[in-house]
Design a protein around this ligand. Structure first.
Ligand code: AMP
Length: 117
């Protein structure tokens, strides 16, 4: 089992050692812009808790944390008026998923036709 890396970039954003502009924050989650956007809208959503990836989160987090996380994504969809135009959610996980930062994050991409996967 892989241990959570306390020094990963997103851990440093959560503990405020690294500054970033927070777009939206809820009790258990935060959202901020990706530093290297791949679309006009490219937001990262992360839980504040120490979860490496999707399965880790679903297996260990409370229902409140999980609900809070997905509702924050839903709020971002609403405030950006993406319900009609559409968007893409991506969560890279582990080695074969080419996950770079070992703290769970969902990419919310939108603002143009994103092409096929
Ligand atoms: P992944 O490959 O799914 O782990 O994606 C990691 C994402 O984090 C990449 O899209 C990076 O551009 C993004 N990223 C890395 N460092 C920062 C940072 N300091 N602030 C915002 N986004 C970052």
């Amino acid at each position: 089992m892989i241990n959570y890396d306390e020094n990963n970039i997103f851990a440093n954003i959560i503990n405020k050692k690294l500054s970033t502009e927070i777009i939206m924050e809820s009790e258990h989650s935060i959202a901020f812009n990706d530093i290297a956007p791949q679309a006009p809208i490219h937001i990262l959503v992360i839980p504040k808790g120490k979860y490496i990836k999707y399965d880790d989160f679903l297996n260990k987090a409370s229902k409140d944390e999980v609900y809070d996380f997905f509702m924050l994504i839903n709020s971002l969809v609403k405030i950006n008026n993406l319900e009609n135009t559409g968007y893409r959610l991506i969560a890279n996980a582990g080695k074969n998923g080419n996950q770079e930062v070992p703290h769970l994050h969902f990419h919310l991409l939108a603002g143009q036709n994103l092409g096929k996967m």
